[in-house]
Design a protein around this ligand. Structure first.
Ligand SMILES: CC(C)(COP(=O)(O)OP(=O)(O)OC[C@H]1O[C@@H](n2cnc3c(N)ncnc32)[C@H](O)[C@@H]1OP(=O)(O)O)[C@@H](O)C(=O)NCCC(=O)NCCS
Length: 181
């Protein structure tokens, strides 16, 4: 299995079929917390849905088109941090993330996103990383802001979650720029 150590108590691993049960349980137990911001959650109703999702991430990884990590804190699976898409032609990675609510407010995701960015620039030879967050999702926006991304603009009405439609704040960081971490 592929692991990256971030701190003594924090690792990431490539998302694999053996994570399906723990990943489904985490998403299901945190449904109320996550559902305001994550469009895919309604389609994730059974562990089989999670297995199919993991298979699709592996297919994308094999093509070099995405990289999904599970976040392991003190040995437990607590979230996901990913390049949801990798544009190899233009050298751009688009980052996505979520945590189970009990694991928030500890700096875990900021550390994991910083690690993913190092991997993107130093090992995947990306030139730009991008994070898009609903404009009202202040906890999510705090991550690129903490890490020194530039707020480049907003895209109107690009995400539907339940009955809500959200505009996205678009944050970018270039390989030539300083990651604040
Ligand atoms: C987005 C999300 C992952 C952010 O979680 P988070 O806990 O705020 O982020 P971190 O793990 O980086 O923790 C940062 C918090 O821990 C605190 N913290 C504690 N120790 C820290 C450390 N060593 N380093 C950095 N922050 C630390 C920070 O002060 C911050 O809290 P604050 O915002 O009250 O100041 C989480 O809110 C989530 O999963 N939301 C639902 C899904 C979602 O919105 N995903 C993103 C879609 S774009």
């Amino acid at each position: 299995m592929y692991y990256r150590r971030i701190r003594d108590d924090l690792q990431v691993a490539l998302c694999m079929p053996q994570h399906a049960d723990a990943l489904f349980t985490l998403a299901d137990e945190n449904r109320e917390y996550l559902k305001a911001w994550l469009s895919w959650l309604d389609a994730m109703q059974t562990v089989e849905d999670t297995r199919q999702f993991i298979q699709s991430t592996q297919d994308e990884f094999a093509k070099g088109a995405a990289l999904h990590h599970v976040l392991l804190y003190q040995g437990s699976l607590v979230g996901v941090v990913s390049f949801n898409s990798i544009d190899k032609i233009n050298g751009i990675g688009q980052i996505g993330y979520w945590l189970g609510e009990p694991y928030t407010q500890r700096g875990l995701m900021t550390a994991a996103v910083a690690d993913l960015i190092h991997l993107g620039f130093n090992e995947l030879c990306l030139e730009r990383v991008e994070i898009r967050c609903a404009v009202e999702n202040w906890r999510s926006r705090a991550i690129p802001e903490r890490l020194g991304f530039e707020l480049e603009g907003t895209l109107r009405s690009v995400q539907k979650v339940g009955k809500a439609r959200y505009a996205h704040a678009v944050y970018g960081l270039l390989a030539s720029e300083q990651l604040s971490y």
